[in-house]
Design a protein around this ligand. Sequence first.
Ligand SMILES: C[S@@+](CC[C@H](N)C(=O)[O-])C[C@H]1O[C@@H](n2cnc3c(N)ncnc32)[C@H](O)[C@@H]1O
Length: 187
Amino acid sequence: MQRPLNQGHIWLKEIIKSDDLVIDATMGNGNDTCFLARLGARVTAFDVQEAAVIKTQQRLIDANLSANLILDGHQNIQKYVQEPIQAAIFNLGYLPSSDKSVVTLAETTISALKQCLNLLAINGRIAIMIYYGHPGGQNEKNAVLEFVSQLAQENYQVYQYSALNQIHQPPFLIMIEKKRATTKLDN
Ligand SMILES: C[S@@+](CC[C@H](N)C(=O)[O-])C[C@H]1O[C@@H](n2cnc3c(N)ncnc32)[C@H](O)[C@@H]1O
């Protein structure tokens, strides 16, 4: 069986074609950015830490890949992306190798999710990996679960994929797929 992050990649890969526009909302060390770029997608990736942009740029160069890297918060996605997107990925929490006090936060994460849902093409998907063992993580987890749970079922499919027998707070995956055109969400 797949771990949640791998399963999220598999479900994204199923619907991403070469040249599709996709968003990595939390660039970090660039794993997801490189994964998406390898699929031939046009990737726009966001992070608030310069170290993340530098690391990701180097990883892209090493792998002979390219992506549009933006040093800004994902709450500002709509400033940079106006075209429809086929997919987005969020990897919440902090960057393990870096400043652990820089974490994603409920309010900005929900705003970014709404912006991605507004841009998402029909049959497009959003993967959200939730890490919540750090201070503030529980609050963000609850806010995201509450938000995605109230998305209208005629417009979106929303699934959770999580381990039920692991100790501590294992990360888990939420997948969203858009089923039909929707009215714009306020962010
Ligand atoms: C768990 S890490 C992401 C891991 C990454 N996807 C990878 O493949 O290595 C979370 C990242 O979110 C970033 N972050 C925190 N707040 C953010 C925000 N408002 N907008 C964009 N990125 C943010 C952190 O700086 C950190 O790099």
